[in-house]
Design a protein around this ligand. Structure first.
Ligand code: GDP
Length: 688
């Protein structure tokens, strides 16, 4: 039973996937021969299909590493180019076209290259074999071919015919054996003829006597001998693509050899026929594989030691697989998200929203109470005159009543639904982004997109319904707002704090301006602006290049400084007013619009938060981890997980070492098993 070759071929495929080194090359049968010696015909007779590139222009420019895998129970026959990932190809003429394309892709000036094409053929009709087809030797260089081509082909073949490979030296019967390039090359590297099989093709083209002479040649004796074949594919088969070539060839070949029983009959001890050759290839390769077992084992042990050492020193023996890496990263991310979730609940959302509304209240106050309309060139101004009246405003005063009503209405009709939903959604999305940046996903564009898509989808799905719900629920405040004493006191306290913060911000901004411009200069320019404001200086004509000896930029800064000073003093006044007795009671709300608006903002916030919590926050906290699992967990294919892990260079190298180590360990186990099996077989046969 030819089991070893099959197992060794499996091992070789495994080694290929983990990136084998040259030290780990397992033996193959290397096919060499001159052009037109019938090399392709022999290979096709073994495979049973026409699949090799044909044509007068030298078409084999790259070695073809041909792996034949016997699949006894399968009906279908197919080929695969493992490196190209084209899948199973059942049409052998397509394999032929692909091979031709791959060969022709080698630039003409280069002509041959040692970059091999890997092709595996699976069929119940092929033996388990590992063959390497090489470009045929040429006698004369064609006129559009480089002069050194002959040498290049010869060098390429020399590279492959080294031990432990078996050499299949093809020569045609109608060419003098002394002139066979294949035999000459083989003799150079295998002078004692220990690992060469001689194949004599085209036996039908010489007389049977001459044929016998060739097969019994003593000039270059081969331990494995010479096999004579007739591999010409009969014409009718050529037109009948898809039929098994082997059968047709064997029939044709048999007809020839049986018609010369004296020379080639069973009495003669000559080796003839394709089936015999096939058998010989199998047994030879099996023996060579067996002989290479010990060496291969040692090479693998050494590679494994190197991989284990790297694993230990570089990666501290930390086990890792693409799946475990993804799972760990995802767990860590979800864990951090959970931590954020615990710190961002209803109270935090409330606080955040209130701050947003505090700013809106400040803007409203400035617009409706504090600022005068901004005139051209003059600084934005504050209305101190009306402020005095404000402190005396009462319910009976239509002007102040309308002002507060309008301000309240503007606040309630601000579009709180959208504003609040947007604020929370933005906060969540920002947080997700921050968590990504701080996680292992920072180096994984694919995962980042998946996470952002996960949060984006949920937030988008909830956005409109949430903002509508919030808007609906605050509707009553658009018509009437009841305030109780407790709310008033709380509002009074809050807005006082807000205004104090605003005052600090004004002072800090003013200080910053002073530092940037210079105290003196800023004083000069603000004094100038004050005189303009009072009408003591009249600006005439074009001021686009500045005025009063000050540049446009400086004037602008002066305006800002004036505004900030005025706002600061206004804020101080209003702070006093809020603290005053007048503002202690809610009945004086017209004189204390700041407090009233704060109470309104607070009510809006509380209502909004209730719905945001249910409609957006809870939904998000529930769905986000599930979406993550879907997009980054079970939902991913093995390839996607691999691609993901490979995005990070460090992880990729770590994974490679782990994979290599594990692969080598498995190969070693298999080889040990094979050696044991071999040992037993030998014992049974009483060998060694
Ligand atoms: P390659 O260039 O070495 O691959 O040679 P091919 O396999 O393409 O064969 C060259 C030519 O020889 C083709 O026309 C084949 O049909 C023909 N040929 C191959 N083997 C035999 C054979 O055994 N007998 C005869 N008569 N012709 C053969």
């Amino acid at each position: 039973m030819m089991l070893l070759t099959k197992k060794m071929i499996e091992i070789r495929t495994l080694l290929n996937t983990i990136g084998q080194s040259d030290a780990l090359t397992l033996p193959s049968i290397v096919v060499i021969g001159s052009q037109s010696s019938g090399k392709s015909s022999v290979l096709e007779a073994i495979v049973g299909h026409e699949f090799l590139p044909k044509g007068s222009n030298m078409v084999t420019r790259r070695p073809i590493e041909l792996t034949l895998v016997n699949t006894p129970d399968a009906k279908a026959e197919y080929g695969e180019f493992p490196a190209l990932k084209l899948g199973k190809i059942t049409d052998f003429s397509q394999i032929q076209r692909t091979l031709t394309d791959l060969n022709l892709a080698v630039p003409a000036e280069q002509c041959v290259t040692d970059d091999p094409i890997q092709l595996s053929i699976y069929s119940p009709n092929v033996p388990d074999l590992s063959l390497i087809d090489l470009p045929g030797y040429i006698q004369v260089v064609g006129k559009d071919q480089p002069l050194e081509l002959k040498q290049k082909i010869s060098d390429l073949c020399d590279k492959y015919i080294q031990p432990p490979n078996v050499i299949l030296a093809i020569s045609a019967a109608d060419v003098d054996l002394a002139n066979s390039t294949a035999l000459r090359a083989s003799r150079r590297v295998d002078p004692r003829g220990e690992r060469t099989i001689g194949v004599i093709t085209k036996m039908d083209l010489v007389d049977p006597e001459r044929g016998v002479d060739i097969l019994t040649d003593r000039k270059y004796p081969l331990r494995l001998g010479y096999v004579g074949v007739v591999c010409k594919i009969p014409q009718q088969t050529l037109f009948n693509r898809g039929t098994n070539v082997t059968t047709a060839i064997v029939k044709n070949e048999n007809a020839y050899f049986t018609s010369h029983p004296i020379q080639f009959g069973s009495e003669s001890d000559l080796q003839v026929g394709t089936p015999k050759l096939r058998k010989k290839l199998m047994t030879t390769l099996e023996q060579v594989m067996a002989a290479s077992l010990a060496g291969t084992r040692d090479a693998i042990v050494q590679e494994l030691e190197e991989a284990s050492y790297e694993f230990k020193v570089q990666y501290n023996e930390r086990a890792l697989s693409p799946e475990s890496y993804l799972a760990e990263s995802l767990d860590a991310f979800k864990h951090n998200f959970k931590a954020f979730q615990e710190g961002f609940g209803r109270p935090e959302v409330r606080q955040m929203l209130k701050q947003v509304l505090d700013q809106k209240v400040l803007d409203l106050l400035a617009k409706r109470y504090w600022n005068k309309p901004i005139e051209d060139l003059a600084p934005p101004q504050i209305e101190p005159e009306s402020l005095e009246q404000l402190s005396k405003a009462t319910e009976g005063n239509i002007y102040w009543t309308r002002k507060l009503d309008a301000s309240t209405s503007e606040l309630t009709k601000l579009g709180i639904g959208r504003l609040a939903t947007m604020a929370v959604a933005t906060q969540l999305q920002d947080q997700v982004n921050q968590l990504i940046d701080a996680s292992t996903f920072a180096s994984h564009p694919f995962a980042q997109k998946a996470i952002r898509d996960a949060s984006g989808t949920i937030l988008n799905d909830r956005f409109y319904s949430t903002s509508d719900q919030v808007e609906n629920c605050i509707k009553p405040y658009k018509f009437e707002i009841e305030v109780d004493d407790h709310e008033w006191a709380k509002g009074r306290q809050n807005i006082h704090a807000v205004l104090r913060e605003e005052l600090k911000a004004c002072e800090a901004a003013r200080k910053q301006l002073e530092d940037a411009v210079g105290k003196r200069k800023l004083k000069d320019v603000t004094a100038f602006i004050e005189r303009v404001r009072k009408g003591e200086v009249v600006l005439g004509g074009d001021t686009s290049a500045g005025a009063g000896g000050f540049s446009v930029e400086l004037l602008e800064r002066g305006r800002q400084a004036t505004f900030l000073s005025q706002r600061a003093s206004l804020l101080q006044l209003r702070l006093l007013a809020i603290k005053s007795k007048t503002c202690a009671t809610k009945s004086n709300k017209y004189a204390c619009p700041e407090i009233f608006l704060d109470v309104v903002a607070d009510k809006l916030t509380s209502t909004a938060v209730l719905f945001l919590n249910v409609e957006l926050l809870s939904e998000f906290y529930y769905n986000f981890p599930r979406e993550l699992d879907l997009r980054l967990g079970k939902g991913l294919s093995v390839d996607e997980v691999e691609r993901f892990a490979g995005e990070d260079g460090k992880v990729r190298r770590h994974l490679e070492v782990v994979r290599r180590k594990e692969g080598l360990e498995m190969v070693l186990r298999k080889i040990e098993g094979l050696r044991e099996m071999e040992g037993r077989v030998r014992k049974e046969h009483g060998v060694g």
